[in-house]
Design a protein around this ligand. Structure first.
Ligand SMILES: [Fe+2]
Ligand SMILES: [Fe+2]
Length: 476
């Protein structure tokens, strides 16, 4: 390969991943290589150094290409998250370098696994990859790599399996204690398999595992509020904080765009129940729905739910201008969310909740006005001018919010809603979204879509049923 080609490839890589990602990768590489050869650093000759570079380089590359990859931009870790992952991994490796002389099981591998599961609560396989890489590197320098790798890997897998989605303070604590227990059982089994059963040795190793797990969980729980704020990661505690009606942005929404606030509460009820039905992150769906239309704060009166019956500013605007104003609420929502330091998962929902759907009402109005206009004033109709800029929902939670949003708006427009009218409308809206390809990046299956439809129909019918009963009572 010529030098020019290499330079072009290097530039393409830089453009794709960026300088920070490269620096973080390099730091990772340096620390993990150092850990591998630390006790014998002075004896390292150039062949051993070359072998180390190739060996560690290949494994790190395989791990990073998976962790940095993803089917879409929103699945890529942000620079902040990447820095957090690198700091956490390097710290675990460095601490391990120090404590290994007493007992390698003092390594806080649980802390690494906990942070990976908090960061990657939607992609459990990424947490597993990262933990396996750490376990692999940490065990290689020991006299019996397979033995240590198995215990480290068991510890990480137990932690990730339990901490996976929840990552609440209590579940973090219970998951790390369970992982300590799992690792101790694995340790005993390995001692039995190898016929080394020695109670004193097991006691020492088991205590080291327990102490490391307890210190890990205390450290992670103590650092969590800072991690949430500095690295903008989303945890249930952060979500509960954002869900409070007293949060500044929600308060602004309720004061400045009360119609949108009310709409968001209903969308949240629909989305939470439907996400629960498909086993997704229901709390993320609820909070995402609260904030999905936050961009409407900028120009609330341009949105139907905030208009009084005799004042519609769109009457004075041409349809193209109207559609531009309405479309802008997703981008403006993201900007406002950034200003208020919302986590990336919520910003993604705000950005994706309309996908690249077509605003058919304004397109039709524009086409009709264009058809009536004199020949000299006619303009070309470009359908893409009436489309949201996307991207399409990239997660199941974002897709459920898109569907809940559209169904809520459609059902609100029904005159004298009856259960059969509601069920037909919900079915129609979901089918339209599927047919226009809005759900294709969201990983929702047909079975899950059926469950979502059932959940929406159930929730909406219940809402109307209660409203009718309430009205009857008040009439009496
Ligand atoms: Fe919206
Ligand atoms: Fe909405």
């Amino acid at each position: 390969m010529t030098e020019k080609k290499l330079r072009v490839k290097w530039q393409a890589c830089l453009n794709k991943y960026g300088l920070i990602e490269f620096s973080v990768g390099l730091l990772w590489f340096a620390v993990s290589s150092l850990i591998l050869v630390w006790p014998r650093l002075s004896e390292l000759d150039w062949t051993a150094a070359l072998a180390l570079v190739i060996f560690n380089g290949v494994f790190l590359f395989l791990m990073l290409s998976y962790v940095l990859g993803g089917s879409s931009r929103s699945q890529l870790p942000t620079k902040r998250v990447l820095i957090l992952l690198a700091i956490a991994s390097c710290l675990v490796m460095l601490i391990s370098g120090h404590v290994s002389r007493f007992n390698p099981f003092y390594t806080p591998i649980t802390a690494g696994a906990l942070i990976f599961s908090i960061v990657y609560n939607n992609r459990i396989s990424c947490s597993i990859y990262l933990s396996m890489y750490l376990s692999f590197i940490l065990s290689l320098k020991s006299a019996n790599p397979f033995f240590y790798f198995t215990v480290f890997a068991a510890n990480s897998l137990f932690t990730i399996q339990r901490a996976g989605r929840l990552a609440e303070r209590n579940s973090l604590a219970s998951s790390s204690l369970l992982s300590a227990l799992g690792s101790i059982v694995t340790l005993c089994l390995l001692y039995l398999i190898y016929n080394w059963f020695d109670l004193a040795r097991i006691y020492l190793d088991a205590s080291a595992i327990l102490i490391a797990s307890i210190i890990s969980v205390v450290a992670v729980i103590g650092l969590l509020p800072y991690l949430e704020d500095i690295f903008l990661i989303v945890t249930p505690t952060k979500l509960l904080e954002l869900a409070s009606p007293n949060s500044t942005l929600l308060k602004r929404l309720s004061m400045e765009a009360p119609g949108t606030y009310h709409h968001s509460l209903i969308v949240a009820n629909l989305a939470e129940a439907a996400t629960e039905a498909i086993g997704g992150n229901a709390l993320l769906a609820r909070v995402g729905a609260y904030y999905h239309d936050i961009g409407k704060i900028k120009r609330p009166l341009f949105f139907i739910e905030n208009q009084s019956s005799f004042n519609n500013p769109h009457d004075q605007l041409n349809p193209r201008m109207s559609s531009m104003i309405i479309m802008a609420h997703t981008k403006e929502g993201v900007e406002l969310g950034r200003e208020y330091r919302l986590p990336r998962a919520i910003l993604n929902i705000i950005e994706q909740h309309h996908g690249n759907s077509l605003m058919s009402y304004f397109l039709r109005t524009f086409q009709e006005a264009n058809a009536k206009a004199p020949e000299s004033e006619k303009t070309a109709v470009n359908e893409d001018d009436f489309r949201y800029s996307g991207p399409k929902p990239q997660t199941r939670e974002a897709a459920v919010i898109m569907l809940a949003d559209s169904c809520e708006a459609a059902v609100r427009s029904l005159e004298k809603p009856t259960p059969s009218k509601i069920n037909t409308m919900v079915g129609r809206i979901i089918k339209e979204k599927m047919d226009s390809g809005q759900l294709e990046d969201s990983a929702l299956t047909f079975q899950e879509i059926t469950r979502i439809r059932g959940s929406f129909q159930h929730t909406i019918n219940n809402m109307f049923h209660n409203r009718i009963k309430y009205n009857d009572k008040s009439a009496n």
